[in-house]
Design a protein around this ligand. Structure first.
Ligand SMILES: *[C@@H]1O[C@H](CO)[C@@H](O)[C@H](O)[C@H]1NC(C)=O
Ligand SMILES: *[C@@H]1O[C@H](CO)[C@@H](O)[C@H](O)[C@H]1NC(C)=O
Ligand SMILES: *[C@@H]1O[C@H](CO)[C@@H](O)[C@H](O)[C@H]1NC(C)=O
Ligand SMILES: *[C@@H]1O[C@H](CO)[C@@H](O)[C@H](O)[C@H]1NC(C)=O
Ligand SMILES: *[C@@H]1O[C@H](CO)[C@@H](O)[C@H](O)[C@H]1NC(C)=O
Length: 612
C-alpha cells in the first residue's frame, strides 16, 4: 500500500479506544461502511457520488473505504475533489489512490478481466471486509460506481430490513440487473420466470435469490457473516473444515464465490424491490468502448426523466461536468411536439427529455377540445362521418378527440405550406425507448432506401393479431396493420398531401381511425367507402421506438381525448433479452461474441420491449 490516509483521525481513535488507552477520543463506530473500488469511472463518478450524498441518512454514520487504481481517466482527480469538498461530512474516509499503474499486464481492453485483475480485486474486497470488521461497522455496503442510487431513501430502506445480505434492485436500460434468480450447476446465470416478476415489480418485497452483486449490503451483526469471503481458496478451506460436500469447484469470480460462500454458511441473499432504488449500467465487454457507456447514461437519464420527472442534480462542484448530447432532428426536416397549453407539466417533461436525449423539436400548441363549440366547428366547416360511433363506448366523437384531430391536421397543413419533406409528429405522453435516436435514423434510412413511404409509425397500438409482413430489405420495418394511437409517426410531404386530399374535416372521425382507413387496413367497410382513395403507404417501426407513458387504466392515467378507461391495453411484454453474469466472457461459457457490440447493446434493449 503506497499511501493510506485516514480522514479525521477516526480510525486511530477507535483503535486507541479498543486498546483501552484513550477513552475521551472515543467515537461511535459508523453504521455503514461503503466499500468502493474504482477503475476508469470518470463518466459515472459525479452522478454516483452526488446521489450518494443526497441520501437521507446521517452522513456522520457513513464511513468510506475507497480504492482507485489502474485508471487512465480522471477518476482519481474526481475522487480527490470529492474528498476535499465532501469528505469531512462523513464519519471517516480510508483511501488509497494509485495513479501509477494504468492497466493490467497484457490487457487489450479495460473491459477485460485477466486473472491478475480478479486477484487484485478479490484481495481488495477482502481487505474492505476486514476493515469493516475492524471498525465495527454495522453494515458493509459493497458498491460499484456504475450504480446510481437516485432514491434518497435507499440507505434507510435497506438498513431497516435487517436482513443478513440484501441488494437494492436496480434497473437498467434493458433487463439487466444486480441479481439472478437461478444458477446453473456450474454456477452461471440461469433464466427463470420469477426474474421478470421481480424486475418488473409484479411482486414487491425482499426475495431470497442465489445471487446479488454490484450493490450489496452485508449486515455485520449477523454472526455467520464473519466467515464470508470473496476468495475461492478461503471458501474451499472453510468448506473442508466443515466437511462440507461437495467442495466448491467453480470460477474464481468474486461475486460467485461470495454467493456460494453465503449459501454454504446458511445465509440467504435477498433482493429488495420495495422502492425504485435506482439504476445500473450494464457492464461492458472487451471490444466495447467508453462511447457505449456514455450512451447507456443517456438512456438511463431518459428513464430518470420518465420515472422521476427530471435527472437528479449533480453536486455544485461537479455541475460543470454535466454533459448533454448535441441536439439534432434525426435526419428529418422537422420535429413537432403537440401539447395542450393547459398541460404545461407534460410539455416540461417532454422538453426535459429532448434535452437529455438530444432531440431538436418544436412546440406545437394543440387545439383544445374544451374551447371548441358546435358553432365554432360549423364555422370551420367540420362535419362528422355519418354513423360514426366509438366502437367501444358507442358514442359520438368527444371534443377532445376533435381537438386532437385538428391538431394533427394543422401540422399536415403546415407541412404542405412550408414544404417540409419529412416530419416527425410527437404527442406529449410518450416514453422514448433507449437508443431512440440511433434507431429512429436506422428505421428512416431503411424506409428511404427501399420505397417511397408516406407514413411510419414510431409508436402505436396494434389492434389485430394478424401477422404484419416485413418490408423486404428492411429489418426494422413492417407493413402497418390496423393500429390505434398517434403517439409518434413520421409523415412525408406526399403523405400529408394524400391525407389532406381526402378532405377529412368533411367527414371527421378520430385521427387514429382515419390513418388506418387511409392505408386501407381498417376493418369497417362502411367507413372505408367514405374515403375512396386509400393509398397511403404506411409502415411501422418494428420493434416500436415509442410507448405511452401510462397505460390506459393504470393509476396516473389522464387522457385528454378519451373520457373512459375501457380500452384494453396489453402491457408490452418483453421477449428475449440478453442476460448474463457480469463477467461471463472471462470463463468463456456460452457466449455469443459474433454480434457487433453496438448493435447488441441497442438490440438487447429493443428486444426487451418487443410486442407479443
Ligand atoms: C480543496 O478545496 C479548497 C476550498 O474549497 C480549494 O481552494 C482547493 O483548490 C481544493 N483543492 C483541490 C485539490 O480540489
Ligand atoms: C504478457 O505477454 C508476454 C508475451 O506473450 C508473456 O511472456 C507474459 O508472461 C505475459 N504476462 C502476463 C502477466 O500474463
Ligand atoms: C466460521 O466457520 C468456522 C468453521 O466452520 C466455525 O467454527 C465458526 O463458528 C464460524 N464463525 C461464525 C461466526 O459463524
Ligand atoms: C443454498 O442453495 C440451495 C440450492 O440452491 C438452496 O436450496 C438453499 O435454500 C440455499 N440456502 C440458503 C441459506 O440460501
Ligand atoms: C361500421 O360502422 C358502422 C357505423 O358505426 C356500424 O354500423 C357498422 O356495424 C360497422 N361495421 C362493421 C363491420 O364493424
Amino acid at each position: 500500500m503506497k499511501k493510506q490516509v485516514i480522514f479525521g483521525l477516526l480510525l486511530a481513535s477507535v483503535l486507541l479506544c479498543i486498546s483501552g488507552q484513550d477513552e475521551e477520543d472515543y467515537q461511535e463506530p459508523p453504521t455503514i461502511l461503503v466499500a468502493l473500488l474504482v477503475r476508469n469511472k470518470a463518466h459515472t463518478l459525479p452522478m454516483f457520488l452526488s446521489y450518494l450524498e443526497q441520501q437521507d441518512y446521517p452522513k456522520k454514520r457513513i464511513a468510506f473505504w475507497l480504492r482507485c487504481d489502474h485508471s487512465s481517466d480522471d477518476s482519481i482527480d474526481l475522487l480527490r475533489q470529492w474528498l476535499n469538498e465532501s469528505g469531512d461530512l462523513y464519519h471517516s474516509v480510508s483511501y488509497v489512490f494509485d495513479p501509477d499503474e494504468q492497466s493490467y499486464a497484457n490487457e487489450s481492453s479495460p473491459y477485460e478481466w485477466p486473472a491478475s485483475r480478479f486477484k487484485h480485486l478479490i484481495a481488495l474486497k477482502e481487505e474492505a471486509f476486514q476493515y469493516g470488521r475492524d471498525i465495527w461497522a454495522d453494515f458493509v455496503f459493497f458498491l460499484d460506481a456504475d450504480v446510481l442510487l437516485t432514491s434518497k431513501d435507499s440507505l434507510n430502506v435497506l438498513t431497516r430490513l435487517q436482513l443478513p445480505i440484501v441488494a437494492p434492485m436496480l434497473i437498467s436500460e434493458s433487463l439487466y440487473s444486480n441479481f439472478w434468480c437461478g444458477m446453473t450447476e456450474d454456477y452461471y446465470y440461469r433464466r427463470t420466470d420469477e426474474y421478470k416478476e421481480i424486475y418488473h415489480a409484479r411482486k414487491i418485497g425482499s426475495f431470497p435469490v442465489p445471487m446479488v452483486h454490484t450493490a450489496v449490503l452485508v449486515n455485520m451483526n449477523h454472526k455467520a457473516v464473519r466467515n464470508l469471503t470473496f476468495d475461492r481458496n478461503k471458501l474451499v478451506e472453510l468448506q473442508k473444515s466443515r466437511q462440507h460436500e461437495p467442495l466448491y469447484d467453480g470460477p474464481a469470480d468474486d461475486i460467485i464465490v461470495f454467493a456460494i460462500s453465503a449459501n454454504s454458511s446458511g445465509i440467504p441473499l435477498h433482493i429488495c424491490n420495495d422502492i425504485t432504488f435506482g439504476y445500473i449500467l450494464q457492464p461492458l465487454e472487451p471490444g466495447d468502448t467508453l462511447e457505449q457507456d456514455l450512451q447507456q447514461l443517456v438512456n438511463l437519464k431518459g428513464m430518470m426523466v420518465n420515472d422521476l420527472g427530471a435527472v437528479p442534480p449533480l453536486l455544485d462542484y461537479y455541475k460543470h461536468l454535466e454533459r448533454k448530447p448535441v441536439k439534432n432532428k434525426l435526419s428529418l426536416d422537422h420535429i413537432y411536439m403537440i401539447n395542450l397549453k393547459r398541460r404545461p407539466e407534460r410539455r416540461a417533461k417532454m422538453e426535459e427529455l429532448f434535452e437529455e436525449l438530444g432531440i431538436e423539436a418544436e412546440y406545437f400548441e394543440a387545439v383544445d377540445g374544451k374551447e371548441l363549440t358546435t358553432e365554432r366547428l360549423q364555422e370551420m366547416g367540420v362535419r362528422f362521418l355519418p354513423g360514426y360511433e366509438d366502437p367501444y363506448h358507442h358514442r359520438a366523437m368527444t371534443m377532445g378527440e376533435i381537438g386532437c384531430f385538428l391538431s394533427h391536421y394543422r401540422i399536415w397543413v403546415t407541412m404542405v405550406r412550408k414544404e417540409l419533406k419529412e416530419v416527425l409528429i410527437l404527442e406529449d405522453d410518450i416514453r422514448f425507448e433507449p437508443y431512440f435516436r440511433q434507431n429512429a435514423v436506422r428505421v428512416l434510412n431503411q424506409a428511404r432506401s427501399v420505397v417511397e413511404y408516406d407514413l411510419i409509425y414510431f409508436g402505436r397500438k396494434r389492434l389485430k393479431e394478424e401477422s404484419e409482413p416485413g418490408v423486404t430489405n428492411a429489418d426494422n420495418l413492417v407493413h402497418a396493420g390496423y393500429s390505434y394511437w398517434t403517439l409518434g409517426y413520421v409523415l412525408s410531404l406526399q403523405g400529408a398531401l394524400k391525407l389532406l386530399a381526402a378532405k377529412p374535416l368533411e367527414k371527421l372521425i378520430p385521427v387514429d381511425e382515419f390513418l388506418p382507413l387511409m392505408f386501407n387496413r381498417h376493418p369497417n367497410k362502411t367507413w372505408s367507402e367514405a374515403f375512396p382513395k386509400r393509398n397511403l403507404v404506411a409502415f411501422s417501426a418494428s420493434p416500436l421506438l415509442l410507448y405511452p407513458i401510462y397505460y390506459t387504466g393504470e393509476s396516473g392515467y389522464i387522457s385528454d381525448t378519451e373520457d373512459s378507461k375501457q380500452i384494453n391495453v396489453d402491457t408490452n411484454e418483453e421477449g428475449e433479452a440478453r442476460l448474463k453474469s457480469d463477467r461471463e466472457q472471462v470463463f468463456g461459457q456460452g457466449v455469443e461474441s459474433t454480434l457487433d457490440q453496438q448493435l447488441k447493446l441497442g438490440e438487447s434493449l429493443s428486444k426487451s420491449h418487443q410486442e407479443l
